[in-house]
Design a binder for this molecule. Structure first.
Ligand code: HEC
Length: 143
């Protein structure tokens, strides 16, 4: 029964989200950064995606410790320094800054869950990380 239901649910979810993205107008707030900061931010973003992919690969191999390390050092509270977050945050509107903080906190929470080795809790915590990506992307643009 579950096997039958899952693909159906997935299909209807995909249909709904496709319809939404086509119908939506772009309501994101434009945040203007100096050119160098804009480049820096986009480079950080691309690294976020690389980190996310590394985390998923490691989880799929049961390497929870490595997944936790990547999350903490590249997305979590420990990554703030290397991303120049303090410098960037000063130029962000409060909502954007908050979304950034939430991402770093969610990644550190994921790292803890992964270290505990509870697979389901880890995936749940990881989806809370990607939710923070979505929240910020839905609200802001820089170009
Ligand atoms: C604080 C807000 C914020 C958070 C949190 C955030 N992003 Fe972004 N991201 C942006 C903005 C703003 C852009 C640029 C959108 C535009 O103007 O094109 C962007 C762009 C990107 C890009 C495109 C980079 C390029 O070179 O064009 C990727 C990939 C990306 N983000 C991945 C992620 C991932 C993965 C996460 C979560 C782990 C994440 N982002 C979290 C704000 C955020």
């Amino acid at each position: 029964m579950m096997r039958l239901l899952k693909p159906i649910t997935l299909c209807s979810l995909l249909t709904v989200s496709t319809t939404l993205s086509v119908a939506q107008t772009d309501t994101r707030q434009l945040v203007q950064f100096p050119p160098m900061m804009q480049e820096h931010m986009l480079a950080n973003m691309r690294d976020h995606l690389v980190a996310l992919n590394a985390i998923l690969t490691q989880l799929s191999q049961g390497e929870f410790e490595s997944a936790a390390d990547v999350a903490e050092s590249r997305l979590g509270m420990s990554s703030l320094e290397s991303h120049g977050a303090h410098h960037m945050a000063k130029r962000m509107p409060p909502g954007m800054r908050q979304a950034g903080t939430q991402m770093h906190q969610a990644a550190s929470r994921f790292a803890l869950r992964a270290q505990e080795g509870d697979e389901q809790a880890a995936y749940q915590a990881l989806s809370e990380v990607t939710q923070t990506c979505i929240t910020c992307h839905a609200a802001y643009k820089i170009r």
